[in-house]
Design a protein around this ligand. Structure first.
Ligand code: FAD
Length: 439
């Protein structure tokens, strides 16, 4: 056993649970703070929506999960497995390769129970402040609050030697900006607050975006809605074939919206719509982190972070697990959590603070040279395989070589090849076996 520390983990979603397991395996003392009353994070479906459907009001009551009722995974269960804990089909469960969200929640609940993690979680504890109070002894204050009555909260401060932030990235909506947005008279919402299609019956709906949420919602509302208009950048929508929908049309992004209800697109087309749904993604949100400006969120870049995890000057006492997207998230989270736990126990060494800072600078420069906007900092679109292999090597784990090939983007390509019913038509087992046998 290496060094053992008193570690706070914020969040009991996938990242928090896996991190807690790894920290415990390394002999650390772990407390997980979770504002909900159950584990699961995003996978804990909530039929409630927020009072401000666009999510612009900072004082709104936050609903954490963005799942819609009918959501099925867009990645197969094989890659939502953990190294020694596969997401297997259970006779009594949803055995589909791309199961409904309830099945993922059950998997995470089983995971938490089987590894004795439930006892580590303080449910109903929302963290409102994480602050470094002593740099030398690396003492962090974690202040959390619990709801005593509808209007009364009780808060408490505790001291930890290390903090791992796993608070999720799919809760704070990012919305489209266009002139007239705030005075347009129709209903506007972010996909974060979409649950079921009924309210769109006979409505003319504009959906902004062409990612998985926009296309899933289009598919679900088009049988009920009068018309659906998809506004997006670029010329291609690959996740859906609009020719199969006789009441849906593609458009360029919205140019402006008028007080008479008209929505004008950049291609000059105009529709008089009832509803605009922004399927435009999310922002990182760390309202509780007081780091004296060391860690900031700038245009969706959380930084500076060495390998998306450690702020060089606060490492290893502060870390982040689960910031990446456009990746096989479960896998990446697990590798990150293993690395964090081993770095803390001293089994794996980090480079010097200067070397980590230089590595972050080099990464930012590379992004700039490649013309990548800041807000893509944590996207693994281009280097997931390489990043996963690097993380695995740090912790001396040897995943199958096929992992370099089986990435989020290889799945996206597979989805394009199988059309919009990919969840039911694609034999993923066969596809994975073929890749593995060609190792
Ligand atoms: P979360 O699951 O969001 O968990 C964060 C936890 O932190 C929550 O429990 C929250 O309550 C808690 N928390 C937050 N702030 C505080 C605080 N201040 N104090 C205490 N607790 C706090 N991934 C896939 O692999 N496959 C898919 O098919 C897939 N589909 C998706 C579909 C949608 C619509 C969305 C939004 C995401 C999807 N994802 C999918 C990505 C998904 O985000 C990840 O699978 C995973 O849930 C991320 O886990 P996490 O622990 O990082 O965050």
């Amino acid at each position: 056993m290496g060094q053992s520390y008193n570690v706070a983990v914020i969040g009991a979603g996938t990242a928090g649970l896996v991190t807690a397991r790894e920290l415990q395996r390394e002999g650390h003392r772990v407390t997980v703070f979770e504002k909900a009353n159950q584990v699961g994070g995003t996978w804990l479906y909530d039929s409630l929506v927020e009072s401000d459907l666009l999510g612009l009001d900072p004082n709104r009551e936050i609903v954490h999960s963005s799942l819609y009722k009918s959501l099925r995974t867009n990645l197969p269960r094989q890659v939502m497995s953990f190294l020694d804990y596969p997401f297997v089909k259970r006779e009594s469960g949803d055995t589909r390769p791309f199961p409904g969200h309830e099945e993922v929640l059950r998997f995470l609940q089983d995971f938490a129970r089987d590894f004795g993690l439930m006892e580590l979680v303080r449910f109903g504890h929302e963290v409102i402040r994480v602050e470094l109070v002593d740099e030398v002894s690396h003492e962090w204050v974690v202040e959390s609050r619990t709801r005593e009555t509808e209007s009364r909260w009780e808060s408490k401060e505790e001291v930890f030697e290390a903090v791992v932030i796993c608070n999720g990235k799919n809760t704070e909506p990012k919305v489209a900006e266009f002139p007239g947005r705030d005075t347009w008279p129709g209903l506007q919402m972010h996909s974060h607050n979409y649950r079921t299609p009924e309210q769109f019956e006979n409505k003319i709906v504009v959906l902004i975006g062409n990612g998985p949420s926009a296309t899933d919602i289009l598919r679900e509302i088009s049988p009920l809605a009068k018309q659906v208009h998809l506004a997006f950048r670029g010329s291609d929508i690959k996740l859906i074939n609009l020719k199969n929908y006789d009441n849906a049309w593609p458009h360029s992004p919205i140019e402006c919206a008028h007080e008479d209800g008209k929505v004008v697109f950049q291609d000059g087309s105009i529709v008089e719509a009832d509803v605009i749904i922004h399927c435009t993604g999310y922002k990182f949100h760390l309202p509780f982190l007081k780091s004296n400006g060391i860690v900031t969120v700038d245009d969706n870049r959380v930084g500076p972070l060495y390998k998306h995890i450690f702020p060089p000057s606060l490492a290893p006492w502060l870390s982040f697990v689960g910031l990446n997207y456009r990746a096989l998230v479960f896998r990446v989270i697990e590798l990150q959590a293993i690395w964090v736990a081993k770095v803390l126990s001293g089994k794996v060494k980090l480079p010097t603070q200067e070397a980590m800072a230089a590595s972050v600078e080099e990464f930012y420069e590379q992004m700039e040279k490649a013309g990548w906007p800041k807000y893509h900092t944590h996207s693994l679109q281009n280097d997931e395989g390489e990043y996963a292999s690097w993380l695995a090597a740090q912790s001396d784990i040897r995943p199958p070589k096929s992992w370099e090939e089986i990435t989020f983007f290889s799945f996206v390509k597979g989805i394009f090849g199988h059309g919009e019913n990919f969840r039911d038509t694609w034999d993923v087992d066969k596809w994975i076996q073929e890749i593995e046998s060609s190792d």
